[in-house]
Design a protein around this ligand. Structure first.
Ligand code: NDP
Length: 508
């Protein structure tokens, strides 16, 4: 039986997915309803087999060492660059996003892949640390060893960039990977696997399993050494619950409700441009997209006007050059409509568009102002091309309101004089000052959130260490004249030790 992913125009099948052997599902172009491709629904047995095969492959991959792995990851990077448009077309077909947005996503993938491969040795290699005064006879080292098999579960909104934040770093650290892409974007996952296999044909170091949520749950139960999950907070909780059965460690990257703060001395034109791009690009389906703005009263009127001037020119569409594409997951359309309705019902003002802007599968940009803080449009993730702009008396009040929610993924501050100070007050994993979303494009920076946005980090040195276990080793260099860690010690030994401690550690 062939089923349809829930983003398609057919009826959603998420809860009743057929996982019997041989069943398949179709990925659908959300712009046209046309079938992009048919993929297998992998059951628990298939997933467990994939993880078993991945374990053998991992031994080989790990033993290659950093340098040999880097050569292969670099070859993969060059292949991705040479086939960038092929991948962009697939991303565009499965998500509906315009071609340039898909290309931009892949540019970031390539840059992160480069960084992970180039820095894995430097970050994870064995290094000596001081053994300290007590253990001066020991040589102490720490190194970061690959976990083994990492299961990666990804969303559909950035079907290459988001999972590659885990896949590239996990591979560079010496792990093999079994990747479960979203049911909406299985083709992108399969494309990544195929191209990797072209440069690493020896062993299935990167595998892909496709299907619905059940396939993801099967991956959590399949005996991987770590699960890296990116998706909604609700599913993140389910993933944690499943992983807790086997004490499998998890990295959880979830949603956000990111705020942009506009201070009274901000470059308003730049802030408005950033607000519109951050909120509307990718049709607002960005975990670190701008969902709300807090603007200082004295500049609010001018700022709102600049936002409107920019946003009213943008049109969604299915053509490759559209400003924004469709809402990829059809069930999200109702969430967006309800958030707009709730904002207006509770006293907010629709400055641009409104409920009529929702024309499935497209949503025109919507600008809402003065929306009560407890409205769903301010408190919950909308994941659509909408912006809520609320006035505050000071930028500090803006930060306070931004910090009020349960999410804490990213944030943005526009201020000429106090950008860094305001940024450091935000309760988020990342902040951009006088630009938007830029932290995601800096491979050396860790990416992740707090609260309902999850925990753990991808990208950067922290992202590499996320996929490795620290191993501490002490090696005896010579025997100490006195040894307190033996039954052969005398009472004088410990007394002497305590006296020594008082002398060297008991003072200021
Ligand atoms: P979902 O939570 O619906 O799905 C994420 C992945 O989990 C999919 O592959 C899904 O498979 C799988 N899954 C579903 N149920 C289970 C289960 N019980 N066990 C294991 N895996 C399961 O998220 P979306 O795909 O809708 O993605 C959008 C969300 O992702 C937004 O909230 C967004 O903010 C967040 N996101 C967070 C990012 C971050 O870095 N913090 C980056 C990008 C997005 P299937 O699709 O087949 O149901």
């Amino acid at each position: 039986m062939t089923q349809t992913a829930r983003g398609g125009v057919e009826a959603p099948v998420e809860k009743t997915a057929d996982t019997s052997p041989g069943s398949t599902f179709e990925s659908i172009d959300p712009r046209t309803g046309e079938v992009v491709a048919t993929h297998p629904v992998h059951d628990g047995k298939h997933v467990a087999d994939a993880v078993r095969t991945a374990r053998d492959a991992q031994h080989w991959w790990d033993e290659l060492g950093f340098h040999q792995r880097k050569l292969r990851l670099d070859a993969w990077r060059r292949l991705l660059v040479s086939r960038l448009d092929e991948a962009a077309e697939l991303i565009s077909a499965e998500t509906g996003k315009p071609m340039d947005d898909a290309r931009l996503e892949l540019v970031l993938v390539v840059d992160h892949l480069h960084w992970a491969a180039a820095n894995a040795y430097k970050v994870l290699r064995r290094r000596g640390v001081s053994a300290g005064a007590l253990m001066a006879n020991q040589a102490a080292t720490v190194e970061y060893r690959a976990f083994g098999v990492v299961g990666v579960i990804g969303p559909w909104n950035y079907p290459a960039f988001t999972p590659m934040g885990s896949i590239a770093y996990a591979l560079a650290a010496g792990n093999s990977v079994v990747f479960k892409p979203s049911e909406l974007t299985p083709g992108v996952g399969e494309w990544l696997r195929r191209t990797f296999a072209e440069v690493v044909p020896e062993q299935p170091v990167l595998q892909v399993v496709t299907g619905f949520g059940e396939t993801g749950a099967a991956l959590c139960r399949a005996g991987t050494d770590k699960i890296a999950f990116t998706g909604s907070t609700e599913t993140g909780k389910r993933v944690m619950a499943t992983c807790s059965e086997s004490l499998t460690p998890v990295l959880v990257e979830c949603g956000g409700k990111d705020a942009l703060i506009v201070d009274s001395d901000a470059d308003l034109r730049a802030a408005a441009e950033a607000a519109v791009w951050g909120a509307v690009s990718n049709a607002g389906q960005t975990c670190i997209g701008v969902e709300r703005v807090y603007v200082v009263d004295s500049v609010a009127e001018r700022f709102v006007q600049l936002v409107l001037d920019r946003a009213e020119k943008l049109r969604p569409g299915g053509q490759p050059t559209a400003d924004l594409g469709p809402i990829t997951m059809d069930s999200q359309v109702e969430v967006i409509r309800e958030h707009i309705a709730d904002a207006v019902r509770s006293g907010g003002k629709a400055e641009l568009g409104g409920e009529t802007s929702v024309r499935p599968p497209y949503v025109d940009p919507v600008v809402l102002t003065d929306v009560p803080e407890d409205s769903a449009a301010v408190a919950e993730e909308t994941f659509g091309p909408t912006i809520v702009i609320n006035r505050v008396s000071t930028a500090e009040e803006g930060v306070e309101r931004a910090n009020n929610g349960n999410y804490g993924l990213g944030g943005t501050v526009f201020s000429r004089s106090r950008g860094m100070a305001l940024a450091r007050r935000m309760r988020t994993g990342m902040v951009a000052v006088n630009s938007v979303i830029s932290f995601a494009a800096v491979p050396a920076l860790p990416f992740g959130g707090v609260g309902d946005s999850g925990f753990g980090r991808i990208h950067g040195a922290d992202g590499l260490r996320e996929f490795a276990r620290p191993q501490a080793i002490t090696r005896t260099r010579f025997r100490m004249p006195i040894d307190p860690m033996t039954f052969g010690r005398s009472t004088r030994t410990v007394r002497y030790l305590v006296r020594l401690m008082k002398l060297i550690r008991g003072r200021r």
